[in-house]
Ligand binder design. Structure first.
Ligand code: FE2
Length: 259
């Protein structure tokens, strides 16, 4: 068993961010010494969601596993990949009749890493209970993994913190996604879970959460329908680097990342 480093990146927003990661992600992986890179690809496609071409581009850019969220079923081109690929997961708490899986296991430096993705239900779709969905996945895979990690795609900070605290000591790294804003609370919880409330996003810097600022301002001021587009221009990427001791399952470090 050994120390593994996991680089997790927040929601990819738009095609500019996909191109940015194609140019920069491998360099960042080697700078960080990451052994496993997990990217939330929730809004990579044009018009949000994820399409098959963007998923392949992100794997090509260096992402080992892609997680997702509430827009995952938007593009039908992805449904086949969700069924076939162990490198792309959708939230655990959708119905078992939906395409794909909510977890996958990959082996890194001889360590079997269980990667899970779950959707929050506060201010979101009323899916199956996220606590129970994660519990079931841990139980089902018991004995088949050495280290577990979890992406909680959720709106509220409290729901993400509650899930992280509930599974403290049983999941080595827990991070939130979906709000597109990186939080300044990366820390190790009392029983050894590395946690950050939100990773932020990979997307255009001159925007509101990755969307053209003017359309968001108009929506909030005028309450009239707006076309939301992803602006061109400078892109940045944020996330966190987790260091995990696979012998104990405890995180030994959590560090915010921006590039
Ligand atoms: Fe989302």
């Amino acid at each position: 068993m050994s120390i593994i480093k996991i680089l997790a990146l927040g929601d990819v927003v738009g095609q500019g961010a996909v191109r940015y990661l194609e140019s920069n992600l491998r360099r960042k992986i080697s700078e960080c010494g990451a052994d496993l890179t997990v990217v939330n690809a929730e809004n990579a496609a044009i018009g949000n969601g994820l399409d098959a071409d963007s998923a392949r581009a992100l794997w090509g850019a260096g992402a080992d596993v892609l997680t997702s969220g509430n827009h995952v079923f938007r593009h039908s081109t992805l449904h086949g990949l969700l069924e076939d690929s162990g490198k792309l997961i959708r939230p655990l708490n959708y119905s078992s009749e939906c395409p794909g899986n909510g977890h996958t296991i990959v082996t890194v430096k001889g360590v079997r890493v269980l990667i899970m993705n779950v959707l929050g239900v506060v201010y979101g779709d009323q899916l199956n209970c996220p606590f129970e969905a994660v519990e079931r996945a841990l139980k089902r895979e018991k004995g088949g993994y050495d280290v577990a990690i979890l992406d909680i795609h959720a709106e509220t900070t409290s729901e993400k913190a509650a899930l992280a605290r509930y599974f403290d000591g049983r999941i080595s790294a827990v991070w939130g996604t979906h709000t597109h804003v990186q939080t300044a609370d990366a820390r190790i919880l009392p029983r050894g879970t590395g946690f950050i409330t939100d990773l932020g996003m990979c997307g255009p810097t001159d925007s509101i959460l990755g969307v053209d600022s003017r359309s968001i301002i108009n929506k909030l001021r005028l309450h009239m329908p707006q076309k939301f587009t992803v602006p061109d221009g400078r892109v940045s990427a944020t996330g966190a680097l987790f260091t995990v001791d696979s012998a104990t399952g405890r995180a030994t470090g959590v560090e915010p990342i921006a590039f």
